[in-house]
Design a binder for this molecule. Sequence first.
Ligand code: OAA
Length: 166
Amino acid sequence: MASSATAELCDANPSLLSEGELRVLPPIFQIYGQCRAFSGPIVTLKVFEDNVLVREILENPGDGRVLVVDGGGSTRCALVGGNLGLLAQNMGWAGILVNGCIRDVDEINGCGIGVRALGSNPIKSNKKGLGEKHVPVNIGDTVIHEGEWLYADRDGILISKSELSV
Ligand SMILES: O=C([O-])CC(=O)C(=O)O
Protein backbone atom coordinates (compact mmCIF):
# COMPACT_ATOMS: atom_id res chain seq x y z
CA MET A 1 0.00 0.00 0.00
CA ALA A 2 1.46 3.37 -0.97
CA SER A 3 1.87 5.97 1.73
CA SER A 4 2.17 9.68 1.17
CA ALA A 5 5.33 11.72 1.42
CA THR A 6 4.66 13.19 4.88
CA ALA A 7 3.82 9.76 6.28
CA GLU A 8 6.98 8.34 4.73
CA LEU A 9 9.05 11.20 6.12
CA CYS A 10 7.65 10.60 9.61
CA ASP A 11 8.21 6.85 9.37
CA ALA A 12 11.78 7.34 8.14
CA ASN A 13 12.77 9.93 10.76
CA PRO A 14 11.57 8.85 14.23
CA SER A 15 14.61 10.34 15.97
CA LEU A 16 14.09 13.73 14.32
CA LEU A 17 10.47 13.61 15.47
CA SER A 18 11.36 12.75 19.05
CA GLU A 19 14.09 15.42 19.16
CA GLY A 20 11.73 18.09 17.83
CA GLU A 21 13.84 18.65 14.72
CA LEU A 22 10.80 17.49 12.76
CA ARG A 23 7.37 18.71 13.92
CA VAL A 24 3.82 18.09 12.77
CA LEU A 25 1.44 21.04 12.69
CA PRO A 26 -1.99 20.44 14.23
CA PRO A 27 -4.66 19.39 11.70
CA ILE A 28 -6.41 22.76 11.59
CA PHE A 29 -5.66 23.78 8.00
CA GLN A 30 -7.90 23.54 4.96
CA ILE A 31 -6.41 22.54 1.61
CA TYR A 32 -6.56 25.00 -1.32
CA GLY A 33 -4.67 25.53 -4.57
CA GLN A 34 -3.83 23.13 -7.37
CA CYS A 35 -0.79 21.66 -5.65
CA ARG A 36 -2.17 19.33 -3.02
CA ALA A 37 1.38 18.34 -2.08
CA PHE A 38 4.18 20.88 -1.94
CA SER A 39 7.39 21.61 -0.07
CA GLY A 40 10.18 24.13 0.17
CA PRO A 41 12.31 26.36 2.36
CA ILE A 42 10.27 28.69 4.55
CA VAL A 43 10.01 32.47 4.51
CA THR A 44 8.22 33.78 7.61
CA LEU A 45 5.89 36.72 8.13
CA LYS A 46 3.95 37.83 11.20
CA VAL A 47 0.95 40.09 10.66
CA PHE A 48 -2.44 40.69 12.19
CA GLU A 49 -5.46 41.38 9.96
CA ASP A 50 -3.21 43.32 7.54
CA ASN A 51 -1.84 41.88 4.30
CA VAL A 52 0.32 44.66 2.82
CA LEU A 53 3.50 42.77 3.78
CA VAL A 54 2.14 39.55 2.28
CA ARG A 55 2.04 41.25 -1.12
CA GLU A 56 5.47 42.83 -0.56
CA ILE A 57 7.05 39.43 0.01
CA LEU A 58 5.19 37.67 -2.81
CA GLU A 59 6.42 40.33 -5.26
CA ASN A 60 9.90 38.80 -4.86
CA PRO A 61 10.96 35.66 -6.74
CA GLY A 62 9.79 32.65 -4.76
CA ASP A 63 12.42 30.23 -6.08
CA GLY A 64 10.31 27.33 -4.85
CA ARG A 65 10.00 28.65 -1.30
CA VAL A 66 6.95 28.52 0.95
CA LEU A 67 5.59 31.67 2.61
CA VAL A 68 4.41 31.01 6.17
CA VAL A 69 2.09 33.80 7.30
CA ASP A 70 1.29 33.87 10.99
CA GLY A 71 -1.89 35.89 11.09
CA GLY A 72 -2.38 35.18 14.78
CA GLY A 73 -5.17 32.75 13.95
CA SER A 74 -7.62 35.56 13.24
CA THR A 75 -10.56 34.47 11.07
CA ARG A 76 -12.06 37.96 10.86
CA CYS A 77 -10.66 38.83 7.41
CA ALA A 78 -8.68 37.37 4.51
CA LEU A 79 -4.91 37.73 4.24
CA VAL A 80 -4.63 36.17 0.77
CA GLY A 81 -7.04 36.36 -2.17
CA GLY A 82 -7.06 35.49 -5.84
CA ASN A 83 -4.70 38.27 -6.87
CA LEU A 84 -2.06 37.31 -4.34
CA GLY A 85 -2.51 33.64 -5.23
CA LEU A 86 -1.81 34.46 -8.87
CA LEU A 87 1.15 36.65 -7.90
CA ALA A 88 2.62 33.80 -5.83
CA GLN A 89 2.18 31.39 -8.74
CA ASN A 90 3.72 33.78 -11.25
CA MET A 91 6.68 34.63 -9.00
CA GLY A 92 7.56 30.97 -8.49
CA TRP A 93 6.47 30.34 -4.91
CA ALA A 94 5.73 26.70 -4.04
CA GLY A 95 3.00 27.59 -1.61
CA ILE A 96 1.55 29.68 1.20
CA LEU A 97 0.54 28.60 4.69
CA VAL A 98 -1.78 31.07 6.40
CA ASN A 99 -2.58 30.95 10.10
CA GLY A 100 -5.65 32.95 9.21
CA CYS A 101 -8.11 33.13 6.33
CA ILE A 102 -8.07 33.45 2.55
CA ARG A 103 -10.79 34.58 0.13
CA ASP A 104 -11.57 34.06 -3.58
CA VAL A 105 -11.44 30.33 -2.96
CA ASP A 106 -12.35 29.40 -6.55
CA GLU A 107 -9.57 31.60 -7.92
CA ILE A 108 -7.03 30.28 -5.44
CA ASN A 109 -8.00 26.73 -6.27
CA GLY A 110 -7.10 27.56 -9.88
CA CYS A 111 -3.58 28.72 -8.99
CA GLY A 112 -0.61 26.41 -9.52
CA ILE A 113 0.61 26.61 -5.94
CA GLY A 114 -0.31 24.93 -2.65
CA VAL A 115 -2.28 26.96 -0.11
CA ARG A 116 -3.25 26.04 3.44
CA ALA A 117 -5.38 28.27 5.63
CA LEU A 118 -7.78 28.01 8.55
CA GLY A 119 -10.71 28.83 6.30
CA SER A 120 -12.16 31.59 4.16
CA ASN A 121 -13.68 34.97 4.88
CA PRO A 122 -14.85 37.38 2.15
CA ILE A 123 -13.79 40.47 4.13
CA LYS A 124 -10.54 42.13 3.03
CA SER A 125 -7.81 42.89 5.54
CA ASN A 126 -6.46 46.23 6.73
CA LYS A 127 -3.85 47.88 4.50
CA LYS A 128 -1.63 49.68 6.98
CA GLY A 129 1.54 47.70 6.31
CA LEU A 130 2.01 46.54 9.89
CA GLY A 131 3.86 43.34 10.73
CA GLU A 132 7.30 41.75 10.90
CA LYS A 133 9.10 39.92 8.10
CA HIS A 134 11.56 37.06 8.59
CA VAL A 135 10.90 36.60 12.35
CA PRO A 136 10.22 33.32 14.17
CA VAL A 137 6.49 32.62 14.28
CA ASN A 138 4.40 30.36 16.49
CA ILE A 139 1.64 28.37 14.85
CA GLY A 140 -0.27 25.79 16.84
CA ASP A 141 2.42 25.72 19.55
CA THR A 142 5.07 25.10 16.90
CA VAL A 143 7.83 27.67 16.58
CA ILE A 144 8.81 28.06 12.92
CA HIS A 145 11.99 29.77 11.77
CA GLU A 146 12.81 31.21 8.38
CA GLY A 147 14.96 28.76 6.42
CA GLU A 148 13.36 25.65 7.89
CA TRP A 149 11.57 23.32 5.49
CA LEU A 150 7.84 22.73 5.10
CA TYR A 151 6.38 19.54 3.64
CA ALA A 152 2.63 19.43 3.02
CA ASP A 153 0.33 16.84 1.52
CA ARG A 154 -3.19 15.62 2.20
CA ASP A 155 -2.04 13.87 5.38
CA GLY A 156 -0.64 16.94 7.07
CA ILE A 157 2.05 19.58 7.32
CA LEU A 158 5.60 18.99 8.57
CA ILE A 159 8.19 21.53 9.66
CA SER A 160 11.80 20.34 9.54
CA LYS A 161 15.00 22.08 10.66
CA SER A 162 16.72 20.76 7.54
CA GLU A 163 15.88 19.48 4.10
CA LEU A 164 14.74 15.85 4.09
CA SER A 165 14.85 13.46 1.17
CA VAL A 166 11.31 12.47 0.23
O1 OAA B 1 -5.80 42.22 -1.70
C1 OAA B 1 -6.31 41.55 -0.81
O2 OAA B 1 -6.73 42.03 0.24
C2 OAA B 1 -6.44 40.09 -0.98
C3 OAA B 1 -7.19 39.84 -2.21
O3 OAA B 1 -8.37 40.03 -2.29
C4 OAA B 1 -6.46 39.30 -3.36
O4 OAA B 1 -5.32 38.89 -3.20
O5 OAA B 1 -7.07 39.24 -4.43
